[in-house]
Design a protein around this ligand. Sequence first.
Ligand code: EPU
Length: 338
Amino acid sequence: MKILHNHPLISYNYFKVHALAHELILIEREEDYAELINRTGFNKIPFLILGDGSNILFTRDFEGTCIKTGLSDISTIKENEEYAWLRIEAGMNWHSLVIKTIEMGLQGLENLSLIPGTVGAAPVQNIGAYGVEIKQFIDQVEALDLKGGEVFLFNARDCEFEYRSSIFKNRYKNRFFIKSITLQLNKKPSFNISYDKIQDTLGLLNLKEINAKNISDAVIYIRESKLPDPAKIGNAGSFFKNPIIDKTDFEGLKAEFPRIPSYQVDKFNYKIPAAWLIEECGWKGKRIGDAGVNPSQPLVLVNMGSASGKDILRLSERIKKDVAQKFGIELQPEVNII
Ligand code: EPU
């Protein structure tokens, strides 16, 4: 394994802000995991597990050990007529996995095309897009307990998946290092094109056949047309979660703001697009210094040049305050703030 001291994290975060890691450990071989947990005093140090840095905001240096794996093997561990079970190591890029599964003739992940980040980070926040979430395909998550040194296998129920959340983001935050995941994917066609946007884009691109490749192409087209490319402009996708409010609160808001968009989650709860709340507060396309609100999707905050993590945090707090004042809704960050 590679151990780096006082190492800059600018190339390890999509916001492209400056911060230092007291120590950065890069896992390069399977044996490195044992070496890691056998280090003297390893379980007393604060850890931060890094993926690609596509969902993190550094507002300070990290005074402990950042760990990142580069292991990215993929193998089919079993299959039957209907399904294939793939084991993928945590360091693989998520979108490369999606493309690979499509090439293998497997279906399920196409709606999750172009989501930035690594395979290991995907279950942590139960990534989702266009009506699909990774939890639908998780068979197992293999995770190393950084406190005790043992490896545990979590099934989908153990992971306690929720909207943009799991046990690895809550109770076990920075406790378990995800080494690999096993996904159960369909060999037979089974698609979710329930979102109008996907159907409209398939039409727009003249993609007539409903298959994984065409749906993936449509999703890539949608994402590229509204989300800023992190290679060009620092951002970490949606900064806040879409808030979920109960029926009584929703009805109160609807009476006051009849145009408020909503999705009914269940009998008692409604999800409100945070993008709409932010736009209604006048923040769309605004900036404070180099910290800005993306003009085509205001749920995405951007680094327009040399914003620091604190600048972006400050902007997010201003937005949060305005949304709370106008709508009585507390926005929660989706991004992991350090
Ligand atoms: N909207 C506005 N103004 C805008 C843009 C959007 O008011 O300028 C409102 C509209 O009502 C629109 C609604 O927001 O219908 C939803 O917008 P969009 O379809 O872009 O999706 P989102 O709810 O903002 C979520 C995920 C995205 C995912 C998309 C597609 C969260 C926090 N974000 O965004 O995930 O790609 O749905 O399914 O759930 C991410 O997590 O980083 C991410 C990009």
